[in-house]
Ligand binder design. Structure first.
Ligand code: NZQ
Ligand code: ZN
Length: 400
């Protein structure tokens, strides 16, 4: 029987990487043949660093018209996506330039879906799977944080701030045309954001690694190499935030970890930890990577017996633990080592450490919403249902 699953790999984004790469922005936008650009950005970091001024100057130099919309918050709000759609239509923009991280890029993709929607309906329909998207205005990226991987992924994750529901929508039409990635831009990040970003990067590969079925030796080697590399350079960034090589290693890993490369050949992605976290993000506005760290250990202990070979491989090849007397012991040593790593970089390993304290009623709501978002079940390491989600949320709060 063939073990390797068939796969599509599609990575159309042009990556322009390295020191000074922002200087090439004008030419990159011009090559898109657009006439008016919506510059989309976040709260204040890109303004404060002068990056937005540099972006505007680059477009001016090429004679490209532009309007701006800032104010994207982490766990980006649907309300601003609506605002961007209105503004974009009114101004006749034909290109969106996201200057920021995953939240800004995801908001930009949401705006792009809304403007290009042939039915001109409610863009939220796509996120709640009411309708299928078919088009998206072209999006370009100037990345300022290595984390979500949205610069090369086909995903957009948006929070409906009125209901606290956070949902993702994926379609290849939204993949960025280009991503400008200068590791130096990430040096102004607060440590907590850098560490959350590194956690998210590792998790995007782990969600593709802890799977039952498929799996190729080549993909595993890439995945394990990426995880070991990010683990090493995360600790260096934690100690030396201005270390360019470390920032560069992590930034490139962020894109490769979520562009599909580290899952080629696996039968299915797991992504249960992400679904569990998205509910925490929607309800409590937690930082995505920190939320993942807080829930991962509980998830891992809940599922590892159903995916033992992979957990043993992870323990030995990624966490580099000395094998225990049994496979179960080795797998558990790997999980503990991962949690020790999280602690060493200031990431939480329980809901309590995340600084929230949810009720049983809130658990029911999150588990229910998570299962709706998953279409009834989730996971490859172990297939999980609503009652499994309830148990994991409870254990992450009570047993840790
Ligand atoms: O708003 P500003 O002032 O820019 O501050 C941001 C924000 O507070 C700050 N920041 C970004 N670059 C900075 C900086 N501060 C100083 N210097 C810089 N150079 O960092 C904070 C976090 O930014 P955000 O964009 O939220 O970070 P991240 O890239 O981690 O994105 C998280 C969002 O992406 C989603 C998450 O769920 C979350 O909503 N994800 C998107 C995915 C995708 N589209 O493929 C996949 C992921 O799994 C994830 O779900
Ligand atoms: Zn993520």
């Amino acid at each position: 029987m063939i073990k390797t699953a068939n796969f599509d790999f599609y990575a159309p984004t042009k990556v322009v990487f390295g020191k000074g790469s922002v200087d090439r922005l004008g030419a990159l936008v011009k090559a898109q043949g657009c006439s008016k650009v919506l510059i989309h950005y976040g709260g204040k970091s890109a303004l404060k660093s002068g990056l937005i001024d540099r972006v505007r100057a680059a477009l001016d130099a090429e004679g490209i018209g532009h309007v701006s919309l800032g104010g994207v918050v982490p766990n980006p709000h649907l309300g601003l996506v609506y605002e961007g759609i209105e503004l974009g239509k009114k101004e006749g923009v034909d290109f969106i330039l996201a200057v920021g991280g995953g939240s800004v890029i995801d908001s930009a993709k949401g705006i792009g879906y809304g403007i290009a929607d042939p039915e001109q309906g409610d863009v939220w329909d796509f996120y709640v799977k009411k309708r299928k998207s078919t088009a998206c205005l072209p999006v370009g990226v100037v990345l300022t944080i290595a984390a979500a991987g949205s610069e090369m992924s086909n995903d957009s994750v948006v929070t409906n701030e009125k209901t606290g529901i956070k949902r993702g929508h994926g379609n290849d039409v939204s993949r960025a045309k280009f991503a400008v990635m200068d590791p130096e831009l990430t040096m102004t990040l607060p440590d907590y954001q850098s560490m959350s970003g590194c956690t998210d990067i590792m998790m995007h590969t782990m969600e593709r690694y802890f799977t039952n079925g498929g799996n190729m030796e080549l993909t595993d080697s890439i995945a394990e190499g990426l995880l070991r590399t990010v683990k090493k350079y995360t600790q260096i960034i934690h100690a030396e935030p201005d270390n360019y090589e470390a920032r560069a290693e992590v930034m490139w890993a962020g894109s490769l970890s979520h562009n599909g490369l580290t899952g080629c050949g696996a039968a299915e992605r797991d992504f249960a930890s992400h679904i569990l976290e998205h509910e925490l993000g929607g309800m409590f506005d937690v930082t995505h990577g920190a939320g993942l760290a807080a829930i991962w250990g509980t998830w891992a202990r809940y599922v590892y017996k159903d995916c033992l070979d992979r957990f043993v491989k992870f323990a030995v090849n990624v966490m580099e633990v000395t094998p225990g007397a049994t496979d179960e012991e080795t797998a558990l040593k790997g999980i503990e080592a991962m949690e020790d790593f999280y602690r060493s970089i200031g990431m939480p390993t329980s809901i309590h450490e995340l600084g929230i304290d949810y009720t049983d009623e809130q658990i029911e709501i999150m588990a229910h919403n998570a299962i709706i978002a998953s279409g009834g079940k989730r996971g490859s390491a172990k297939v999980l249902y609503e009652d499994d989600f309830v148990k994991i949320y409870k254990a992450a709060r009570d047993d840790r």
